[in-house]
Design a protein around this ligand. Sequence first.
Ligand code: FAD
Length: 388
Amino acid sequence: MSERPTETDVIVIGGGIAGAGCAFALSAERRVVLLERETQHGYHATGRSAASFTENYGTTVIRKLAIASRGFLENPPAGFTEVPLIAPCGMITIARADQRERLEEEFERGRRLVASLRRLTPAQAVAACGVLRPDYVDGAFLEPDSRELDVNALHTGFLRAAKARGADLRTGHEIAGLRREGDRWLAETPRGLFCAPVVVNAAGAWGDVVARMAGVAPIGLEPRRRTAFNIAAPAGIDMSGWPLINDVDEDFYFKRDAGQIFVSPADATPSEPCDAWAEDLDIAIGVERLQEATTIEVTRILHSWAGLRTFAPDGSPAVGFDPDAPGFFWLAGQGGYGIKTAVALSEASAGLILRDRLPESLERLGLDRADLAPARFRTGAQTTMETV
Ligand SMILES: Cc1cc2nc3c(=O)[nH]c(=O)nc-3n(C[C@H](O)[C@H](O)[C@H](O)COP(=O)(O)OP(=O)(O)OC[C@H]3O[C@@H](n4cnc5c(N)ncnc54)[C@H](O)[C@@H]3O)c2cc1C
């Protein structure tokens, strides 16, 4: 006798921040089953981020999605979390003399959406982060309202609230087969069958793999590896007010991190979807760039890791129903911005799935469903990556 599938309204594939947020938003009105392959939700990109919330980074669409997420992060619903989801941590973008033109461009571009950006003199930048070399920094600007995210609090907040609303959250459930039968999708896992009229592809770096499995054309997602490592803080330095320091060409960035210093060489090496790890060469590049810009002498790496930032062809996420596969919903291509945009992307997903429109809060910011629609990768038109 064949096994009876578990029936639900929506199957969400992937328990990272995207799947968790979507399950949270949908479970207010629908039955949701979330299926995660690993034994732990958030094992991949979500658990490996730099936890930065900035409104001045990414494509214009990304910037608007971050702005739209801010209200929830500052004032989450009652009972969502016991700790703040964001904490103060300004961001200073620095430039050497040969990068001044680029700094001006970035400042002007940033100011179109983030009016609070302000120029700093090199001396002001060095005063804000005392390890910066005065002879390195030739120009800088500050985003005073950028923040540090508590990724774990946001992720577990989504999962916990979704569960309280009745969502069925499973780990150790890898989707190994996905096919349309009549008006429903049937998902096969080694631990059972599941069926629903709607399936959400929130599989991160595996987004195109899941699509192919379902017989749906891929959209051209590109996972790119990014490395990070922590070093000990130099003795006698007060880091309490440090902002995140970001190179204007995004060649490296660093920030304080629970008594240590987090550093990234901001690498973006194309990769197959995988359990990414840090390469020695990328760590060495990060150390060299940090030592060039600061007085820090790196003697030991305390901890290193890497994760995949997965981009759609134009650098903005793909959120919406596939134009050629009924009930197949994409929530992919969040690049290096999936945490700070997770709230808005969850609301967008629920709006499109439940009401066939974006929430007004997103439309008011000038976001259109076409900005997010996966169909933009199918029209035959060439899409190019927006310079970020
Ligand atoms: C070093 C680094 C720094 C970053 N810094 C920031 C930052 O400062 N701010 C920010 O906003 N973002 C940042 N990001 C980006 C952010 O981490 C990602 O955009 C976000 O985590 C993507 O979430 P996701 O849920 O789409 O993917 P993931 O967290 O990777 O989740 C996808 C899940 O799908 C599961 N899955 C895949 N295939 C299957 C299957 N067949 N069956 C079941 N489950 C499956 C996977 O196991 C995985 O858990 C950074 C990323 C990295 C790597």
